[in-house]
Write a protein that binds this ligand. Structure first.
Ligand SMILES: *Cc1c(COP(=O)(O)O)cnc(C)c1O
Length: 616
C-alpha cells in the first residue's frame, strides 16, 4: 500500500521567468486552481495519507497550501539554488517510511496514472507515455524486460526509445536510499544532479547493489510538464481538456442521499474499495486497521488516552457493545430516552437484563439537563447512557454539560454519538464522555459496515473484569485481541475498512469544524425554503442539530402525500426519508454526507415546486 507521496518543488522555473520569478511553477493556475493544488487533491483522492513537499524557491507559497491541507509536510531544500531535483528529493527522504510516489510539481496529469502505478505489482515503477512532441522530452531506454537503462533529452544518445518520462514514479525507501548515496558520492562532479540521473544509475546497476526500476508506458497518456510559456499554452488548450474528459468518464452516477445515513460519499471513497484482495490477517491490513483506530481517536481527543475499538456491524452494533460491556453487575444505569434511539438503548439494556431506569423526555423539546442531573443523584446511578444527537427529530442533547456533571460525580457516561461524531466537534476528555459509539456510514462519510466504540483508556481497563454477556460484541475481548494481534477476532468488512480509511483522509483535510460549517450551510438553505413554503419544523430552531430537520407534514386533505414527494425527489436523484415519531407526522431531511449547499438549493427548488400544488 502506498501511503505517502513526495512532490519535488524546489526549482526556480527559470524558463518561465516573468511568470515564476516571484512564484514557484506549481502555482501557475489552470481552470482557477494552482496546478500543484490539483495534484495534491488527486493524490489524497488516490489514498495518499501524507504529502511531503520539498520546497526551495519562494517556499512561503507552499506554507499557505499546507495550511489549507493539513496532511502536507513541508521540507525546505536550503541549497535549492545550487542543487537539482535530486538535492530536493534527498531532503525529503528522511521523512519517507515506506513505498512512495514521487512527483514533479509542474505537472498536469490524468489521475489514472496514479492508480496504474499503485496497482502495478512491481515495486519501483516509472510512468512513461508515448511521443508527446512537446519539445522538452526526456527519453527513456529500457532493457528487454522493460527495466530502465538510461535516459536523455538528446534522442541521439538513446539506442531505442521505450517511452517518455512523465514525472510520476513509484519507489521503495531502499531505492531512494541508493539514489541518495549515489547523489552524495557525486556531489562534487554533479552538484545539480536531477533525480532521473540517480534513478538511471541505480536501475542500470541493479546487479551491483542497485535496484531495478521498471518502466510502465501508457501510450496515449494525457499529461504535460510546464517549463515554458509554450507548454502552458498547450496545457490549457489541448491537454487539460483531455484530462478533464477522461476523468469525468470514470465518475459514478450521483445520488444525493438526504436520509439520515448511510450518507452520500465521494467518488474517491467509493473507488477506494476497489483494490487488491487481501487476507485481513495479513500485517498490511493490520496496519490499516491500526491507523484507522488511531486516527479516529485523534478526532475526539488525545490519541494516547483514547482507544477506538472496531467491529463489523452497523451503528446499533456499537450501541450494543457499549450497553452490554460497560456496566458491571452491581452497576445502576440511567438511560435518557427522548427519541427512537434512546428507546433503542433501553431495549438493548432490557435484553441483557441490566439494572436500569429510563428518563423519558419530550421528542422535540430541549432536554432539561438540571432534571437529568437531579435524577442521577437521587437514584444513585453509577452509569448514564444518552444519545448525543437524536436523529429521530434532529434534537441535540446537552451532552457536554451532563457529561461534565457526571465526571464530577463519578458517574460513567455511555454516549450514542452515531449521528453526531465527525460533524459536532467532540472532545471526550473535555466533554466528560467515557464510551462513545459511532459508525462508518454517517458523518465520517464512509461506507456502511464498520461500527466503532471510542473508549477512555482508564475506563476501558475497568471493563476487563465485567461479565461477558455476549461473545461477538464484547468490548474487552475485541480490544485485548486487537492489541495483541492487530487483528479483529472475526472477519472484518475489508472493503468498508478501506473506504473508512479514505473517508478519514478526507475528513482530516476538511476538518470536523469545516465539515460542520458545510453541513450548517446546507441546513440554512433548507430552513429558508421550509419557511418560504409555509411548512413548520418539529423542533425549535435553537435546539436543532443542523444535521437533520423534521418537517411537520401537512394534513392529507391538503393533497400532500409522502410517497409522491419521495418518488418525485428520487426521480431527480434526491433520496428522502419518512419520520420516525409515533406522536407526530413528520418527514425528515438530513444534510449530512458529501453534499454541497448548491445541491441543497437544487433540492429546495424541487420541494417548492411540489408544495406549490399543496394547500398548506
Ligand atoms: C443511525 C443511528 C444509529 C444506528 O443505526 P443503524 O441502523 O444500526 O446504522 C444509532 N443511533 C443513532 C442516534 C443513529 O442516528
Amino acid at each position: 500500500m502506498i501511503r505517502q507521496a513526495v512532490i519535488m518543488a524546489g526549482g526556480l522555473g527559470s524558463r518561465l521567468k516573468n511568470l515564476t520569478e516571484a512564484m514557484p511553477k506549481g502555482f501557475l493556475e489552470i481552470d482557477g486552481m494552482p496546478i500543484v493544488e490539483t495534484s495534491v487533491k488527486k493524490l489524497f483522492a488516490a489514498g495518499i495519507e501524507e504529502i511531503i513537499i520539498g520546497t526551495g524557491h519562494c517556499s512561503e507559497w507552499f506554507e499557505r497550501l499546507a495550511d489549507k491541507y493539513h496532511c502536507i509536510k513541508l521540507v525546505k531544500n536550503e541549497r535549492y539554488a545550487d542543487t537539482g531535483s535530486m538535492g530536493t528529493l534527498a531532503c525529503c527522504i528522511p521523512h519517507v517510511w515506506g513505498d512512495v510516489l514521487i512527483l514533479e510539481s509542474d505537472l498536469i496529469y490524468d489521475n489514472i496514472g496514479l492508480s496504474v502505478l499503485i496497482n502495478d505489482s512491481r515495486k519501483n515503477v516509472i510512468l512513461a507515455s508515448g511521443a508527446t512532441a512537446s519539445g522538452d522530452e526526456v527519453y527513456l531506454e529500457a532493457d528487454s524486460n522493460g527495466i530502465l537503462k538510461k535516459h536523455s533529452k538528446d534522442i541521439t544518445k538513446i539506442s531505442s526509445v521505450y517511452g517518455e518520462l512523465v514525472g510520476i514514479t513509484k519507489l521503495t525507501r531502499s531505492a531512494l536510499d541508493k539514489m541518495n548515496s549515489y547523489c552524495t558520492a557525486e556531489l562534487q562532479s554533479q552538484p545539480k544532479m536531477e533525480y532521473e540521473t540517480a534513478m538511471s544509475y541505480i536501475s542500470s546497476n541493479a546487479g551491483n547493489g542497485g535496484e531495478q526500476i521498471a518502466i510502465r508506458k501508457i501510450d496515449n497518456y494525457a499529461w504535460r510538464e510546464i517549463d515554458d510559456e509554450n507548454h502552458l499554452e498547450m496545457a490549457i488548450t489541448q491537454v487539460y481538456p483531455l484530462i478533464k474528459e477522461s476523468e469525468s468518464l470514470r465518475s459514478v452516477r450521483r445520488e444525493v442521499l438526504l436520509n439520515p445515513g448511510p450518507a452520500t460519499t465521494t467518488d474517491s471513497v467509493k473507488f477506494s474499495q476497489v483494490c487488491a484482495d487481501i487476507c485481513p490477517r495479513e500485517k498490511e491490513f493490520g496496519a490499516v486497521m491500526e491507523w484507522i483506530s488511531q486516527e479516529l481517536s485523534g478526532f475526539v481527543g488525545d490519541k494516547d488516552k483514547i482507544e477506538t475499538v472496531l467491529f463489523g456491524g452497523s451503528g446499533t452494533a456499537a450501541d450494543e457493545v457499549m450497553i452490554s460491556s460497560c456496566v458491571p453487575d452491581n452497576g445502576k444505569l440511567l438511560i435518557v430516552d427522548n427519541g427512537a434511539y434512546g428507546t433503542r438503548l433501553a431495549k438493548i439494556a432490557s435484553v441483557y437484563k441490566l439494572n436500569f431506569d429510563v428518563y423519558k423526555s419530550s421528542g422535540y423539546l430541549p432536554l432539561d439537563a438540571e432534571a437529568v442531573k437531579a435524577k442521577l443523584i437521587e437514584g444513585k446511578y453509577t452509569h448514564l447512557a444518552i444519545v448525543y444527537h437524536e436523529t429521530t427529530t434532529g434534537l441535540l442533547n446537552p451532552v457536554p454539560e451532563i457529561g461534565r456533571f457526571c465526571k464530577d460525580n463519578g458517574i460513567v457516561t455511555i454516549v450514542d454519538a452515531v449521528s453526531a461524531f465527525a460533524a459536532i466537534p467532540i472532545n471526550m476528555e473535555r466533554d466528560g464522555i467515557d464510551f462513545m459509539a459511532s459508525t462508518s456510514n454517517k458523518n465520517i462519510q464512509g461506507m456502511a459496515g464498520v461500527a466503532f466504540v471510542f473508549c477512555r483508556k482508564s475506563e476501558l481497563e475497568k471493563t476487563k473484569d465485567y461479565p461477558m454477556r455476549n461473545y461477538y460484541l464484547n468490548l474487552w475481548d475485541q480490544y485485548a485481541n486487537f492489541k495483541k494481534t492487530s487483528q479483529t477476532r472475526f472477519t472484518p468488512p475489508v472493503q468498508s475498512m478501506y473506504a473508512l480509511r479514505q473517508a478519514i483522509i478526507e475528513t482530516k483535510i476538511e476538518t470536523i469544524e469545516g465539515r460542520y460549517a458545510r453541513y450548517s450551510a446546507c441546513w440554512e438553505v433548507l430552513v429558508k425554503s421550509v419557511k418560504k413554503t409555509g411548512l413548520k419544523m418539529l423542533v425549535p430552531e435553537e435546539a436543532q442539530s443542523k444535521l437533520i430537520t423534521a418537517i411537520i407534514e401537512p394534513e392529507s386533505s391538503s393533497g400532500y402525500n409522502f410517497n409522491e414527494l419521495h418518488d418525485f425527489s428520487i426521480a431527480n436523484a434526491f433520496t428522502i426519508y419518512p419520520g420516525k415519531l409515533s406522536d407526530a407526522n413528520t418527514y425528515r431531511i438530513a444534510n449530512i454526507g458529501d453534499i454541497q449547499p448548491e445541491e441543497m438549493e437544487r433540492f429546495t427548488v424541487l420541494m417548492e415546486e411540489y408544495f406549490s400544488k399543496i394547500d398548506i
